[in-house]
Design a protein around this ligand. Structure first.
Ligand SMILES: *[C@@H]1O[C@H](CO)[C@@H](O)[C@H](O)[C@H]1NC(C)=O
Ligand SMILES: *[C@@H]1O[C@H](CO)[C@@H](O)[C@H](O)[C@H]1NC(C)=O
Ligand SMILES: *[C@@H]1O[C@H](CO)[C@@H](O)[C@H](O)[C@H]1NC(C)=O
Length: 479
C-alpha cells in the first residue's frame, strides 16, 4: 500500500549472479543482500509477549546491538529508554513503509525502548520475506505478535506510545480495539506516507482528529493531507509534524567507500554491457505509470536526437530502468519495451528487475532521474540515496523531490506530464555536455545529504516529535 514510497522488492536483480574477484567484497555484498539475512537471523522459538521479564532474556549481551549511544554523543532518543512502544504496521514486506517502521524499531531498541510489533495484513505469497523480517526484528529484541489477539489490545492499553504506520493502518483501530479506541487514541502517533486520493476514506482515517499527532515525510504532503481531509472528509488533521527521512548508516558506508563503489560500478556496467566511459542515466523505482518511466524514455530518445542534430561531442549515453516486474505491470512494461524497439534504441536502454539492493546501481550510474508524476513522491528516498553517491538528480518539480533537490545546485527540475519531456531531454543533454557541472552538482548533493539527510538527522527529528506526543498523551490522561 505504501509502495509508491520506495523502490521495492527483492528477487533476481541480476547483479548477484556476477562473480566478484575480490574476496573481501563478500561481506559487503552479504550485507547488501536481504536474502542472506536469513542466515543471520534464524531463531527458532520466540516469545510473543512484551513483558519486561521476557525482554530481559532477549537482552543478553551480544544479542541486542549495542544499547550505548553512537560515538560519544548520546542518542536524541535516549529519553525513550524503558518506555513501551507498540508499532502497528499495515503489512510486512520489503516496501518503503514497513522498512521505515523497522528502522524506527531498531533506533528505539538501541536506546533500550521496549518495542512490540504487529502486522495487520499478512499476504501468504510473501511468507519467506515475512519470516526473514520477523526474525531480523526478534534478533534485535523487538517483540512480534498477532494483530488480532488479546495481547495486542493489552499492549495498546499499556503502551506509552502507539505508532500507526500508513493511513490504511487506521482500519485496525476499530476492528481490534473496538470499545477501547478512545483510551488508545490520545497516545497514537500516526505516520503517514501516502498521498493518493483513495487513501482519503473515512473508514481509514476518521480517528485522525483525535490522535496525539501525525508525522508526514514532506511539507507538500502534509499540506495536501490538510487540504484533503478538510475539503473531502470534513475532518481536521491533528498536530502534524514533518519529518524528512535519512539515509541508513549501511548505505552511507558503501557510498563513502571508494573502492567498493568502483568495483560495484565495474561489475554492474559489465553486466549491462556498458563501458566505463559511457554515460548512464537511471530511474530506480518500481515500474508504473506514476513513476514516469514512459515519459523518461521519450525524453531520453529526444536527447539522443538533440545530440545528433547539434553534432555534440558526448560519450555514448545509456538509460537504465531499475524496477521492472513483468508479472505486475505487464501492459505498461510492454509499452516501454515496444517504444524502445520502435525507436531502435535497444542497445541504449536496459531493464533491470525489481531489487532491494540499490547500492550497486547507484555506484554504477552517473545521473539519477526521479520522474514521478502527478503529485510526485511523498518523499522519495532514492533521491537522497543517490545524492549520497554524489549523483546529480534530474527530477520532476513535484512532491518531496522539491524539498530535497535544489534546482540548479544539486540537480535540475522539470515539470510533470508531457510538458516535462523536452525540458528533461534538455537537462539530460546539459549534464552530458557539462562534465564539470555534473560532477559539482553531485558533490553538492552529497554535502546536502551530510547536512540534512542522515539517520541521525532523522532520529533527532523523530525524537522531537516523540517527546511532544508523549508529553501530550500524559497530559490528556491526567485530565
Ligand atoms: C526478471 O523477471 C522475469 C519475470 O518477471 C524473469 O523471467 C527473469 O528471469 C528475471 N531476470 C533476472 C535477470 O532475474
Ligand atoms: C492547499 O490549499 C491552499 C488554499 O486553498 C492552497 O494554496 C495550497 O496550494 C493547497 N496545497 C496543496 C498541497 O494542495
Ligand atoms: C530550475 O532552474 C532552471 C534554471 O537553472 C529554470 O529554468 C527552471 O525553471 C527551474 N525549475 C523550477 C521548477 O524551478
Amino acid at each position: 500500500m505504501a509502495k509508491q514510497l520506495q523502490h521495492s522488492h527483492s528477487n533476481g536483480s541480476g547483479w548477484a549472479s556476477l562473480h566478484f574477484h575480490k574476496r573481501w567484497l563478500l561481506p559487503l555484498l552479504l550485507m547488501l543482500s536481504i536474502s542472506t539475512l536469513i542466515a543471520f537471523f534464524i531463531r527458532s522459538a520466540f516469545d510473543s509477549s512484551c513483558d519486561r521479564s521476557h525482554l530481559s532474556v532477549l537482552e543478553k549481551p551480544g544479542n541486542v546491538k549495542s544499547a550505548s549511544p553512537i560515538g560519544n554523543t548520546p542518542s536524541p532518543l535516549a529519553f525513550m529508554k524503558s518506555k513501551l512502544v507498540l508499532l502497528v504496521s499495515h503489512e510486512l514486506s520489503l516496501s518503503g513503509g514497513p522498512l521505515l517502521l523497522m528502522e524506527l524499531a531498531f533506533l528505539l531498541r538501541s536506546v533500550g525502548t521496549e518495542v512490540c510489533w504487529i502486522t495487520i495484513q499478512k499476504t501468504s505469497e510473501a511468507d519467506g520475506v515475512i519470516y526473514i523480517l520477523e526474525h531480523k526484528m526478534l534478533n534485535r529484541g523487538v517483540q512480534v505478535f498477532s494483530a488480532k489477539g488479546q495481547e495486542a489490545i493489552d499492549t495498546a492499553l499499556k503502551a506509552d506510545l502507539v505508532v500507526l504506520n500508513t493511513a490504511v493502518a487506521g482500519k485496525w483501530l476499530d476492528t481490534i480495539l473496538k470499545e477501547n479506541v478512545p483510551r488508545v487514541l490520545p497516545k497514537v502517533l500516526w505516520w503517514i506516507h501516502e498521498m493518493r486520493g483513495h487513501y482519503f476514506k473515512l473508514n481509514y482515517v476518521k480517528h485522525l482528529p483525535l490522535v496525539a499527532g501525525a508525522m508526514i515525510d514532506s511539507h507538500v504532503t502534509a499540506e495536501y493531507w490538510k487540504n484533503r481531509t478538510q475539503e473531502r472528509l470534513r475532518i481536521k488533521m491533528p498536530e502534524t509534524y514533518v519529518v524528512h527521512l535519512g539515509n541508513s548508516k549501511e548505505l552511507m558506508e558503501v557510498a563513502e567507500d571508494g573502492v567498493a563503489k568502483r568495483v560495484l560500478r565495474e561489475h554492474v556496467r559489465e553486466s549491462l554491457g556498458v563501458r566505463n566511459e559511457d554515460l548512464l542515466f537511471a530511474i530506480i523505482n518500481s515500474v508504473s505509470r506514476g513513476k514516469g518511466q514512459d515519459l523518461f524514455l521519450r525524453s531520453f530518445y529526444e536527447s539522443l536526437q538533440l545530440i545528433q542534430e547539434k553534432k555534440l561531442q558526448v560519450p555514448t549515453m545509456h538509460a537504465v530502468i531499475v524496477g521492472s516486474d513483468m508479472t505486475a505491470q505487464t501492459k505498461f512494461e510492454s509499452e516501454l519495451r515496444n517504444f524502445v524497439v520502435l525507436k531502435k534504441i535497444q542497445d541504449r536502454v536496459h531493464f533491470v528487475n525489481k531489487t532491494l539492493t540499490v547500492a550497486p546501481y547507484l555506484a554504477a550510474i552517473d545521473v539519477l532521474v526521479q520522474n514521478s508524476q502527478a503529485r510526485g513522491e511523498c518523499f522519495g528516498r532514492i533521491t537522497i540515496e543517490a545524492m549520497a553517491f554524489q549523483l546529480p538528480v534530474l527530477g520532476t518539480a513535484a512532491g518531496g523531490t522539491t524539498e530535497i533537490v535544489v534546482n540548479g545546485t544539486t540537480g535540475l527540475l522539470h515539470p510533470i506530464g508531457k510538458e516535462g519531456i523536452t525540458p528533461l531531454a534538455k537537462n539530460i543533454v546539459k549534464l552530458a555536455t557539462h562534465v564539470e557541472r555534473r560532477l559539482t552538482m553531485g558533490k553538492r548533493g552529497y554535502k546536502r545529504v551530510k547536512e540534512m539527510f542522515l539517520e541521525h538527522h532523522m532520529a533527532h527529528r523523530i525524537a522531537a516529535v516523540l517527546k511532544e506526543v508523549l508529553h501530550k498523551s500524559k497530559t490528556s490522561s491526567h485530565s
